[in-house]
Design a protein around this ligand. Sequence first.
Ligand code: 9D3
Length: 250
Amino acid sequence: MRIDVVTIFPGVFPGPLGVGTLGRARERGLVDLAVWDLREFSSDRHRTVDDIPYGGGAGMVMAPEPLVRAVEAIRAARTAGGHSESPAVVLTTPQGERLTQARARTLAARPHLIVVCGRYEGVDERVVEVLEAEEVSIGDYVLSGGELAAMVIIEAVARLVPGVVGDAESVARDSFSEGLLDHPSYTRPAVFRGRAVPEVLLSGHHEAIRRWRAREALRRTLLRRPDLIDEAALDAEARAFLTELRNRDG
Ligand code: 9D3
């Protein structure tokens, strides 16, 4: 997969995208990440990429010309490089639909992504129209700009490219845990600062361990993320646990 990033802060990339799973994927050529400095596409000698908002108000707006020129230059470069399918253009903005695993999967199915990092108060609305950009937010909190959001999107998407995540990392999940929080995990020592590992995990009873984990995953999900319960595909055992947990008041 090819990923091009457009930003006024090219120096922050690859950052965390250069280490670990994704760092290796890039070394292996599975993910090709290129970073473009938006200011290179400005047409004035101050390399300006923003302007004051029509209608007045605080803050600056990202001007349309440099952004559209940058994306068009990337498209031209990629077409020349043999990419035939049109790239998906993602614009990071607080106004976007929230990133979900489902959206990450959809984006991962595309061979080429262009991620445009929003900055200032926002982007001239015509950029979205002209580039047919998908607007994506990473959640309901305020960041200073779209660069960290772009990294989050790229990491979530690139992990889904075939071969990026190895067998050791792709823990085979039983259907039970699909869409729920993980169960608690423990490693040695068996007692740490007076706190013992739950006995069942030391018992060697695989079926009892499986049931305990399933139950604990449900318990925490119910407590912390009840919204996930409604979406999760629960089997009969899970639904029975859930009834039990609810009747016990946690
Ligand atoms: C909606 C907030 N805006 C109200 C006037 C101000 C504003 C806050 C933060 C405008 C731009 C930004 C910069 N944030 C991003 O560019 C951004 C972002 C975020 O802040 N949170 C979650 N996801 C994203 S994606 C891009």
